[in-house]
Design a protein around this ligand. Structure first.
Ligand code: 0RQ
Length: 501
């Protein structure tokens, strides 16, 4: 079915993944498509990994820098991590082998706000990106690219690369065409203009990525779906977290601080976020909107039930079952889902204007409301900050959620001082666990501490936290944000030494 390549001039560039991978020189930076397991190239990274292995057997170290939208899948991050073929990786990633390489010091990784990466690359902060490898569902008559299940940074990669290598994936629904909105204005100062998104559903660009035909160096045809994993059924803790957030929304509506359709919601990745969406779907809401980066199962359910009127995102992150639901009913979803590039889905200006309700998972929070989203025990990266900072800093409401315990109770997710800071106390308004919800708006640090400890900490750790705080208020040091510095990180140290905080 060659009809997905509608531009006959490009037929001579169709080749095998192996031939296309050979066009990627040793040592270059490559911009690849892919965002939370959706829309990543599926054949070329594998062919490249084979090439890297062969080169190594012949004595040549062959590595590339890999820039994406966000996390990908075993076919990209997995295979390239396995051959240790990435000298540099940015931004958000979640591959288990890649994570091991990073945390054991074999791979350089840099974590950055997702809205920043595209413009910063275009500005030249990261050096040259020579090659773009992009999955699409098709190529138009003019040679423009129809993105697949994610947009991510694809527009930027195509703009800045000298060579563009395309994977046309026949396994992605052709019906995705028309769901994308690619903003074409310049993002670089001093030419930046206001982004005219005044409502989540506003279209401000074109449904395809413009690409000069002469840049297209290779086209590889593939036929497979995104390899997304299923979400686990919400457990009791997740359900209780969802209930606590729903109660908070009710109270905010009653107090006149939120309209009854709420404000556009953003929801992070992971099982907890998905459970919160399920809770919203079971609640009394109708005609909500969403302006988010990832559309996961819970949001598709909400679109189906009418709880959600429309969703703007940059990527899908669906289970195989939800993927099938989308593919089979894509015409019904078409004008209710929009996929934008991540500079726009996560743009501070738009997030601030629309008044987004940001809901993100976290690793831990401290008693003053600083949040760690990325590092286990301060040193080992989990996934990355993703878009949580874009939304938390700029949203109307910034909510962080987690169960109060991790690893079977060996870890309290509420600690005296976070072991790594992603979101400072200034960007965090609400912290929620299954124990309760701490509303930190308008509270000074000492009051925040009592609110967080009393509402969110697990009873097994609550008294120890209160004891820490009370002793800190009597130690004769600063009383704005009381701390016992030598003890502040002792809980993490305990865990590293004994396996329990
Ligand atoms: O580990 O997988 O070994 O069981 O972390 O934790 O509780 O299942 O929660 O799936 O919601 O993920 C912060 C990682 C939470 C995620 C994080 C361990 C826990 C488990 C997962 P196992 P849960 P979730 C939009 C927004 C940053 C990016 C972001 C994340 C695993 O939400 O990556 O928000 N956020 N982006 O056991 C040690 C602790 C722990 C801990 C949890 N305190 N210490 N381990 N875990 N707390 C999307 C994008 O930007 C792309």
């Amino acid at each position: 079915t060659a009809s997905r390549i509608r531009c006959a001039d490009l037929n001579d560039r169709i080749m095998s993944a192996k031939e296309a991978a050979a066009l990627i020189p040793n040592g270059v930076n490559v911009g690849m498509s892919g965002f939370t397991g959706a829309g990543y190239p599926k054949a070329i990274p594998q062919a490249l990994a084979d090439h890297i292995r062969e080169q190594r057997e012949q004595g040549t170290e062959y590595k590339i820098g890999v820039f994406t939208g966000a996390s990908t899948a075993p076919e990209l991050d997995g295979v390239l991590s396995e051959v240790n073929g990435m000298s540099f990786r940015i931004p958000y990633q979640s591959d288990p082998i890649g994570r091991k390489n990073i945390n054991e010091g074999r791979m350089d990784y840099m974590d950055v706000h997702l809205s920043h990466l595209g413009p910063d690359v275009a500005a030249g902060f990261y050096g040259k990106i020579s090659v773009a490898v992009i999955e699409v569902v098709g190529i138009t008559e003019e040679g423009h690219l129809i993105p697949s299940s994610s947009v991510g940074n694809n527009k930027t990669w195509v703009d800045v690369a000298d060579k563009v290598i395309i994977e046309v994936n026949h396994g992605q629904p052709a019906g995705l065409e028309g769901m994308h909105d690619i903003y074409q204005e310049d993002f670089l100062p001093p030419h930046r203009k206001p982004i005219p998104v005044l409502k989540p559903e506003d279209r401000v660009g074109t449904p395809y990525i413009k690409c000069p035909k002469e840049k297209i160096a290779a086209i590889v045809e593939t036929n497979s779906t995104d390899r997304n994993s299923s979400f686990s059924e919400p457990d009791e803790a997740s359900k209780q977290i969802a209930q606590n957030i729903l109660q908070f929304f009710d109270d905010e509506i009653k107090a006149g601080r939120l309209p009854k359709e709420l404000l556009p919601i953003q929801s992070g990745v992971g099982n907890i976020a998905n459970a919160v969406l399920a809770g919203l779907n079971d609640g009394p809401y109708k005609n909500l909107t969403s302006y988010t980066e990832v559309l996961q199962d819970g949001m598709l359910e909400m679109l189906k039930s009418g709880t959600l009127k429309m969703a703007s995102c940059t990527s899908f992150s669906l289970s195989p079952e939800a993927n099938q639901e989308l593919a089979e009913n894509i015409e019904e979803y078409k004008d209710r889902i929009m996929l934008r590039q991540q500079e726009v889905s996560n743009h501070p200006e738009v997030i601030r204007r629309l008044g987004i309700i940001a809901m993100n998972g976290m690793i831990e929070a401290d008693i003053y409301g600083n949040v760690n989203s990325t590092h286990v025990m301060g040193t080992r990266v989990m996934n990355g900050i993703g878009g949580s900072g874009d939304f938390a800093r700029n949203g109307y409401l910034s909510i962080f959620m987690t169960p109060s315990l991790a690893k079977g109770g060996a870890i309290s997710t509420i600690v005296p001082m976070v072991s790594h800071v992603d979101h400072t106390e200034h960007d965090v308004q609400v912290i929620v666990t299954e124990q309760g919800l701490a509303d930190l708006r308008g509270l000074c640090p000492r009051k925040r501490a009592l609110e967080v400890i009393n509402k969110c900490a697990h009873p097994d750790y609550r008294d120890r936290l209160l004891d820490y705080f009370e002793r800190a208020t009597k130690n004769g040091r600063g009383q704005h944000t009381p701390h016992n510095l030598a003890e502040a990180l002792s809980w993490h140290e305990n865990f590293e030494e004994t396996g329990k905080m």
